[in-house]
Design a binder for this molecule. Sequence first.
Ligand code: SDX
Length: 393
Amino acid sequence: SGGLITLDRGFKNTGSCESAITFLNGEQGILRYRGYSIEDLAENASFLEVAYLLIFGELPSQQELDKFHQDIKDESYVDEEMKKILDGFPRSAHPMGVVSSLTSALIAFNPSSVDVSSEEDMYKSIVKILAKFPVLCAWALRKRTGQPLDYGDSSLGYVENILKMMFKKANEDYKINPVVASALNKLLILHADHEQNCSASTVRIVGSSHAGLFVSISAGVAALWGPLHGGANQAVIEMLEGIKEDGGDSKKYMQKAKDKEDPFRLMGFGHRVYKNFDPRAKIIKKSADEVLGDLGIEDPVLDIAKGLEKEALEDDYFVKRKLYPNVDFYSGIIYRALGIPTEMFTVMFALGRLPGWIAQWREMRLMKEPIGRPRQIYTGENHRPYVDIDERH
Ligand code: SDX
């Protein structure tokens, strides 16, 4: 249109949409889903209840929740042919790559979900992905551990079912540990949405071309994988393990993080919006103490994390830049205590963020948002004539 283009790298000061789903206040460290505080929801709600709230805008009645869960249970299978795709991966494949690929492959077995425009068809796609995505995530883990692939147990709750699909051993019954189930429920709630973060914006922009929900979610998984985003929860544990191996000397790592020549960053610290403590990190830190205590687990990495946090909060490089622990800093310590391997941490983040991605996609489609297509500031060559190859040097 030739109008004035303002450059805003990383969209630091650009609003991409109007949204009624999640409210963040970065200065005060406030996070609310549809007006409910994250503290209230993490303490009192079930993850499926929060998924319903984020997607449809209201806390469900018992009857609405039961119907929602039943509709999901009815879709909690994946076409057996999908296992052939999984077979094609090496056992060493990173689970995020496996899950992103399998999620877009779902389209081949659910062609009616290619593009949906009616609310009724959207609902069908939504319950399908909420049902099938956890199966694919559990399959990605069991591929790595060489265990048989399993489906859910429809007698269980949504979160308990995820645990059973992930951990049930072939020849044993699986007993749900309420401490583990409650810890995972809380973690998934805390990860459920975060307004226009990198992966949610990715889901929105892919969905804005009407590419359909499954491939939009697959794109969200790909964006989340990056260590600057959801991949940080795996990178944090690798960093903390490194500090432990190194004799527990956090100062050396903090020095590296300050060195502009060194690409190393203090993983799990800093945030585009929060310039205060990430409210989720506060809850997860407290929950880490409780869960490890209840499970009788001593993890020296937790003490290293607390020591690193203390030092960073007293260091003017980090204080000046308002770098606080974010959601990824303590979450891996709980995942590990729940028996989840490090390579699966970001898959757990994706399982939690799935309802948020769905809610953002649905709102974008219902509001008939235009296709996302930003402009640029051109800095390339001016017009120049073609030169024959034998005249080039
Ligand atoms: C998530 O957006 C979301 O909401 C994401 C998320 C969600 O729920 O969806 O909250 C989940 O992704 C949490 C963030 C996980 N990532 C990490 O923990 C990786 C480490 N963090 C950084 O890479 C960084 O803090 C980001 C990516 C989180 C934010 O990057 P920004 O906003 O682009 O900030 P920046 O890179 O411009 O940094 C500002 C300054 C720079 O120093 P100066 O150039 O001003 O001197 O702070 C420094 C940076 O070098 N800095 C860090 C740092 N983070 C920023 N220095 C050392 N260690 C860090 N972690």
